[in-house]
Design a protein around this ligand. Structure first.
Ligand code: BES
Ligand code: MN
Ligand code: MN
Length: 462
């Protein structure tokens, strides 16, 4: 491929400014107050895809936020790459912890990003990473080097569980037909250590409610005589892990894949410094399931975490009260073979069984999805590996991630193709946190690397 670095150099300012414009729109899918902004972002993506060179772009309605679909066909006999990404973002709160407003992008340097990083909600997850694909496509089109057909499917509900994407995929199999699905919505080890994500964890997300007396009570008059829902809830939650930090839900681990010693030894070769990890998080020790390393605990092992817990009086000063209700939001990260709906059932049955007499328990499932692993022997993986080698000068390390993109396993099932996860973010980019950012070097490196994926994938498909 010719002139890719020079095209990037020449258009760098525009590539940055276009992304900055997208980042200014607060496309928060979780909060209905931002509905018009989410819809406006879909329109903006449509226009970007048209300008970049798609033959057709449509905004496909769903029961929720629309999916932007674009395509360019150069030859029916050539392979088709389907690019997936999301234009919605997480809510930015807590706002007071941002050093600059989340939807007013600014460029600042950091220790990890000496060339500068764009700070804004969605910079890395996923507007910045999704937009690398639009720009890589533009380069291939404008320099007459597009080696195959391309389809784009950019959704607006990933951060809230992709509730409507499954139906869209199932009813548009033909439209979405492809030879490989390419996604940049994950990370890599470090700028000098490229890696390709070969696994994602699944997810089961539930909300629990414990109800005691029919109203809040005076904690002196009634204290000691009736069940306090917060006391009970915290006791129930505490019992979900044993002293070795194993999850105690019966049958929870039944389908968990046990990796061979060889595979674990191979995984352990990835560069990792426990000291730096602890330092970056300001913790004096890591914590987790006995018998597993930090990298294993957050990739090949399932988890159960409370994401939020509330109830009773939390206002200023003190109020003596036994609350009527207590709540928690709980997520379970799952590994391949664990079925998220089955896990949700196991959780529900177990959690209900933990409730003592005197309280009622309600479990409400939110959303979920299956985990995913992909073999490194596929053409797609090989093409991605060669692409990184080309632009980083190093072979990428295959690595399973702890995060989830719940729709990925459905893609494989419904569209019968492999998914390649070429992420260019860093764990330190603060996705979902205050001060999310994306390195300019990473953004441009992604744009440079993606065209080589197309090239090698097309060559290897012959
Ligand atoms: N892009 C992330 C997932 C991710 C990030 C995977 C980094 C691997 C490395 C995605 O947008 C996300 O946040 N997923 C959610 C699940 C979703 C249902 C809200 C997650 O993992 O919590
Ligand atoms: Mn994402
Ligand atoms: Mn996310």
């Amino acid at each position: 491929m010719k002139n890719i670095p020079s095209y990037i150099k020449e258009h760098k300012e525009r590539f940055l400014n276009e992304l900055i414009e997208l980042l200014k729109i607060p496309s928060i899918s979780a909060d209905s107050a931002y509905k018009s902004d989410v819809l406006k972002t879909a329109e903006a993506i449509k226009s970007c895809l048209e300008k970049a060179g798609c033959d057709t772009v449509e905004i496909c309605p769903t029961a929720g936020y629309p999916i932007v679909y674009g395509k360019k066909t150069i030859d029916k006999n050539l392979p088709t790459v389907l690019v997936y990404g999301h234009y919605d973002v997480q809510p930015p709160d807590p706002l007071n912890l941002w050093n600059s407003p989340p939807f007013e992008p600014v460029i600042k340097t950091t220790e990890k990003h000496p060339d500068g990083a764009i700070f804004a909600r969605g910079a890395c997850d996923d507007k910045g990473q999704m937009y690398m694909h639009v720009k890589a496509f533009e380069i291939m089109v404008k320099t007459n080097q597009l080696p195959c057909n391309v389809k784009f499917m950019i959704e607006g509900e990933e951060e809230v569980g992709s509730a409507n994407l499954g139906d869209f995929v199932k009813s548009n199999r033909d439209k979405l037909k492809n030879d490989v699905i390419l996604i940049s919505d994950t990370g890599m080890i470090a700028n000098d250590t490229p890696s390709i994500t070969t696994g994602l964890r699944g997810l089961s997300y539930v909300e629990v409610e414990v109800t005691g007396p029919n109203r809040d009570l005076h904690s002196g008059l009634y204290g000691g005589a009736v069940a306090n829902p917060i006391n009970i809830l915290t006791k129930m939650i505490a019992s979900l892990h044993n002293e070795n930090n194993h999850i105690t839900i019966p049958e929870f681990y039944d389908k968990v894949e046990e990796l061979s010693t060889e595979e674990r030894t191979e995984m352990a070769k990835a560069p990792f410094s426990l000291e730096n990890y602890k330092k970056a998080l300001d913790i004096d020790a890591v914590y987790g399931e006995d018998g597993f390393t930090t990298n294993e605990r957050n990739s090949i092992r399932p988890t159960l975490d409370v994401n939020g817990i509330w109830g009773g009086y939390i206002g200023e000063g003190a109020k003596t009260v036994i609350p009527s209700k207590a709540y928690a939001k709980i997520s379970m990260r799952l590994v391949p073979n664990q079925d998220w709906q089955e896990i949700t059932k196991l959780f529900t049955a177990h959690f209900e069984s933990l409730a003592p007499k005197g309280v009622k328990v309600k479990v409400t499932p939110h959303h979920g999805g299956q985990g995913y692993v992909t073999p490194i022997s596929s053409i797609g993986y090989q093409a991605a590996s060669k692409a990184y080698e080309q632009t980083f000068g190093k072979k990428p390390i295959p690595q399973r991630s702890g995060g989830s993109i719940p729709i990925v396993s459905l893609f494989e099932q419904e569209l019968e193709s492999k998914i390649i996860l070429m992420g260019f973010g860093l764990d330190s980019d603060a996705i979902h946190s205050p001060n999310e950012h994306f390195g300019i070097w990473n953004y441009l490196k992604g744009i440079e690397t993606i065209p080589y994926f197309y090239k090698y994938f097309t060559e290897l498909s012959k």
